[in-house]
Design a protein around this ligand. Structure first.
Ligand code: NAG
Ligand code: NAG
Ligand code: NAG
Ligand code: NAG
Ligand code: NAG
Ligand code: ZN
Length: 945
């Protein structure tokens, strides 16, 4: 046995014994024997394992569930203890076997599967079934795997029973807890679900993929002082031992797991029935309901449901819809079928603090969630790669609901500002993504919920409706929804319905799939160059992929070559009142010559009317000049408000990409001195915000920039003053915009007035003299120009304020210019007894955007990365927002080095991966922009001063 220790000496050519006696190398012998035994053991285990699992790969190692079993019904029972936060549950899942298998694989996360009553499988109707021989959790894929004694039989129905224990979670997903302090000063708890996309499995074991639709019987067992809610109305109540109350709900129709919802609270409600017989209720803290804060939402919800029933041509299938306002909620709202959940500030509206903006935001989100009742709930995407269809549709159709509720608001005119403008910036990076995005990991699923699917999705659907026509669009939607009701669908099914409808309506050569694929399966969008021939009355048009950083290279290839089917619309100056002329630009067409109907040489041409198309337009210098001249004339309002904003926005982004001279872009802002409409102003401020981000902290430029912007806004400010302007939405919001802008750029009278109003609050402890809609301007201005006194006062107010006032203050507190205070604020924001968990990240974001907050916010995020990663990484919205805002002012080589050092030290960025790629790309572009434009900007501003 010592042979294994012999060495062969090549030199002597004979076996050389290293005189290995037991004394000298007994340890080596033992070691060698052990190694051998270990190897044999390992081989045996491997052989055994391979045989056990058969030649097929272990199905739990794949991210997607196998399709061997199809769930058809869930009986879910949970007992939620709001004192101990223990959760005890049981689920009976009826599954049909589609392919024989000896495994039951489903999702389960953060649950303890009861060891004393292990999972079982039985045949339905008492028939025989294989026994569960063992079971285990596979955490990488959040799977629970049951191994059976033999195969389940194809076509048979089985019932899988799982008993589990969990918690009413502290994190804001799965079934989680929230709390509030009532009027008697007691802390009251509530429990509520939030599942989309992958958190249903944290509340109950289930087949947690959107195509596995099933029916649900839900029973919620709770303490007697609470009320339980779920998707359906309550069917029966039973009192159990220990004082527990078991509420059983009516059977829920087929839906995916992520739409299940249940809640336990001591909330009150108000309700009424729609004209079509659906019961609507608004639930909130009792004192909020008593104060009438649910009334506005109730009215909107009732009207919008009826409108959508008619618009979609499919009646709402459930008897009721509850809307519940939660003190803690991760996103804005969630469309659980029949039980919609919201942040308090998104659903409630205080009529004693009227604000048109809050009214719009409230109505808009209610309309969004209600649109999902059809798009998403009735017809669901096959897989998360199609999430854009749900979110894009809800984000577009919500405008129709809003327009129906408040036609005077003219909301379609807001669309370019609300939806397209920001996402066009995101989508002009090489690190962007297509709206239709392949999804292969859990992080992919979370990261898909970003501006691209919501805002670009909505924008391209609007473009589609514009070229196909309103009636054809609606007809196709109706067909799509009724054909796929209670099922799942992919985008090609929608394109097919649209093509059919278009052909029926006379557009015989339109192939909707061919057009829309160019907008959905590749990222980005085009810029259209329009170069006029002034003598011939024609224009050459050509497209190219618009990249904000012209030096960037696209590393992801596209089969469509980053070319688009573009519905190019335009009007000539003399015909602005007419409906736009439309011409198609095909992907394979090079430069194309179009005849501009009725364009004379001294008149401008305006393209992309109402910004209905998801593309930018670059004109020749003469046409830019003609547009600027017209804007600078009394007739500037001939150009629609959204197009005035778009002209400024396109000009600045083209300049940023090096496709237009910065001075041309700057000259497009000069006309703003005339404009009194909030849309072009808001769009222009956002477009020029880029410059402030990049050079806002360069004092000598900032000292020229501030007075330039101030002189543009001052006439608007003087017109509206501080006396509340009543009237339509635009008047009201216009005043808010004028005041906040004038104060922001340091208009002395504006700052004095704001400060005085704030002082009066500090002196009297009463802020009823500050109108709700002007509060954010007053608070931010006074805190920005004030010191510790103002800040401490606002902080104390924050601690005791109700939700909507807290929302205002949390943002205003970040306006201070004092670095020490900002640091204190950041530290306090991590303490959830001071700042609610849902709001903590907002503090970091607001400070990241403050012109003195750049390095404060970055250092803090860098040093506290683990805290944010551990606390918030479940949601991409939260992480993306933090990273975007904190890096928004990065524009130097040192910034880039910081970023790269950080990324090297943190190779796993979780749901912030995409946001960090964008931050790197943006920083590089900003560095180049400064190199090429800083001097030009300084010279131009000096010439204006
Ligand atoms: C679910 O509840 C309904 C009543 O709402 C009941 O008729 C049915 O038997 C329950 N179970 C199943 C599996 O449907
Ligand atoms: C609404 O209709 C339901 C029946 O669907 C009825 O029980 C309820 O009383 C009605 N509510 C109101 C406020 O009319
Ligand atoms: C569009 O115009 C820009 C700026 O003049 C130029 O750089 C670009 O090559 C043009 N693209 C096409 C496709 O003509
Ligand atoms: C502040 O605004 C109020 C309301 O418009 C006005 O009465 C007051 O004169 C203003 N004060 C200053 C200092 O501008
Ligand atoms: C605040 O002032 C208003 C009007 O001056 C008054 O009606 C209100 O009662 C005061 N509120 C408190 C809490 O003192
Ligand atoms: Zn949505």
């Amino acid at each position: 046995m010592s042979g294994i220790l012999k060495r062969y000496s090549m030199r002597s050519g004979k076996v050389h014994d290293e005189s290995c006696t037991w004394d000298k190398c007994g340890v080596k012998v033992v070691f060698a024997v052990c190694v051998t035994l270990l190897c044999i053991g390992l081989i045996l285990i491997i052989v055994f394992e391979t045989q056990r699992a058969g030649p097929a790969p272990k199905p739990w190692k794949q991210f997607r569930l196998p399709d061997t079993l199809i769930p058809v019904h869930y009986d879910v029972e949970v007992q939620a203890d709001l004192t101990t936060f223990d959760l005890i549950g049981r689920v009976d899942i009826s599954v049909r076997c589609a392919t024989p298998t000896s495994y039951v694989i489903l999702h389960s996360s953060e649950q303890e599967i009861d060891r004393n009553s292990a999972p079982t499988v039985r045949g339905s109707d008492g028939r025989n079934a294989p026994t569960v021989t063992s079971w285990f959790l596979f955490p990488e894929n959040e799977f629970l795997v049951l191994e059976l004694s033999e195969n389940l039989k194809e076509g048979e129905l089985y019932i899988v029973t799982i008993n589990f224990n969990g918690a009413v979670r502290a994190a804001l997903n799965g079934f989680y807890r929230s709390s509030y302090v009532n009027e008697q000063g007691q802390t009251r708890y509530l429990g509520i679900t939030d599942f989309q996309p992958q958190d249903a499995r944290k509340a109950y074991p289930c087949f947690d993929e959107p195509a596995f639709k099933a029916t649900f019987n839900v029973t919620v067992v709770h303490q007697p002082e609470y009320t339980a809610l779920s998707n359906m109305p309550r069917e029966s109540t039973e009192i159990r031992g220990g004082g527990w109350v078991a509420d059983k709900f009516q059977k829920m129709i087929r839906m995916p797991t992520y739409l299940l919802a249940f809640g336990v609270s001591d909330f009150d409600s108000i309700g009424s029935n729609t004209s079509t017989g659906i019961e609507t209720r608004i639930w909130a803290r009792p004192e909020y309901i008593a104060a009438g804060m649910g009334d506005f939402g109730l009215d909107v919800a009732n009207r919008v449901v009826v409108y959508f029933e008619d618009y979609f041509g499919v009646p709402f299938p459930l008897p009721k819809i509850d809307h519940i306002a939660l003190p803690d909620f991760n996103s804005g709202a969630m469309e659980n079928w029949g039980l919609i959940t919201y942040r308090e500030t998104r659903l409630l509206y205080d009529t004693n603090a009227p604000s048109a903006e809050v009214r719009k935001a409230t109505a808009r989100i209610i309309a969004h969630e209600l649109a999902h009742m059809w798009f998403g709930n009735l017809v669901t995407m096959e897989w998360w790669d199609g999430t854009w269809l749900n979110e894009g549709f809800a984000s577009y159709i919500q405008y129709k609901g809003l327009d129906f509720v408040d036609p005077g608001m003219n909301v379609m005119e807001h669309f370019a500002y609300d939806r397209s403008q920001s996402v066009m910036v995101d989508d002009s990076l090489t690190s962007s993504n297509p709206v239709y995005r392949p999804i292969t990991t859990a992080d992919d699923v979370t990261q898909v919920f970003g501006s691209i699917i919501y805002s670009k999705g909505a924008s391209i659907l609007r473009m589609l409706e514009n070229f196909i026509g309103e009636e054809t669009f609606k007809k196709a939607l109706k067909n799509y929804l009724s054909k796929n009701a209670y099922g799942n669908a992919v985008q090609d099914q929608l394109w097919a319905e649209l093509t059919t409808a278009a052909r029926e309506d006379g557009q015989t050569d339109l192939d909707v799939k061919a057009v829309m694929d160019t907008w959905t399966v590749q990222m980005g969008y085009p810029v259209v160059n329009m170069t006029r021939d002034y003598t011939r009355g024609t224009a050459e048009v050509a497209q190219q992929h618009f990249l904000v950083d012209s030096a960037a290279t696209v590393s992801v290839p596209s089969e469509l070559g980053y070319r688009w089917y573009i519905p190019l619309t335009y009007l000539t100056q003399a015909n602005l009142a007419n409906s736009p002329v439309q011409t198609w630009m095909a992907p394979d067409e090079g430069t194309k010559v179009i005849t501009l109907q009725g364009a004379s040489a001294n008149e401008f041409v305006l393209a992309n009317i109402n910004h209905a198309g998801f593309y930018r337009v670059n004109y020749d210098p003469t046409n830019w000049q003609l547009l600027a001249d017209h804007l600078n004339s009394d007739a500037f309002e001939d150009i629609p408000a959204d197009n005035r904003g778009t002209l400024v926005d396109d000009a600045f982004n083209l300049a940023r990409a090096g496709m237009l001279d910065l001075t041309t872009a700057m000259s497009m802002t000069q006309y703003l001195v005339r404009d009194r409409h909030f849309i072009p102003w808001s769009m222009a401020l956002r477009a020029t915000g880029y410059i402030e981000n990049v050079v806002g902290s360069v004092t000598e430029i900032s000292n020229l920039w501030q007075p330039y912007m101030r002189q543009l806004i001052s006439p608007f400010y003087e017109d509206v003053g501080w006396t509340l302007q009543e009237g339509d939405y635009n008047t009201e919001v216009g005043q808010v915009e004028a005041l906040s802008t004038a104060c922001k750029y340091g208009n002395g009278r504006c700052v004095n007035n704001a400060t005085m109003m704030f002082d009066q609050w500090m002196n009297t402890n009463n802020n009823s003299h500050i109108p709700e809609r002007l509060k954010s301007t007053v608070y931010c201005t006074a805190i920005k120009h004030g010191g510790n006194l103002e800040w401490d006062f606002a902080w104390q107010e924050y601690l005791s304020a109700e939700a909507s006032e807290q929302t205002l203050l949390i943002s205003a507190l970040a306006c201070t210019q004092d670095i020490d205070i900002l640091n204190t604020y950041l530290e306090r924001s991590q303490d959830d007894s001071l700042v609610r968990r849902q709001n903590g990240p907002l503090v970091v974001r607001y400070i990241g955007r403050n012109s003195v907050g750049k390095s404060v916010a970055w250092s803090f995020l860098r040093d506290n990365w683990d805290f944010y990663f551990d606390t918030y990484d479940g949601t991409s919205f939260t992480m993306t927002g933090i990273v975007e805002d904190v890096t928004s002012q990065f524009s130097t080589q040192e910034d880039l080095d910081e970023l790269e050092t950080f990324l090297a030290a943190h190779p796993n960025q979780g749901t912030a991966t995409q946001a960090f790629s964008q931050a790197v790309e943006n920083t590089q572009a900003n560095i180049r922009w400064r190199r090429d434009n800083e001097d030009k900007l300084r010279t131009w501003l000096q010439a204006q001063a």
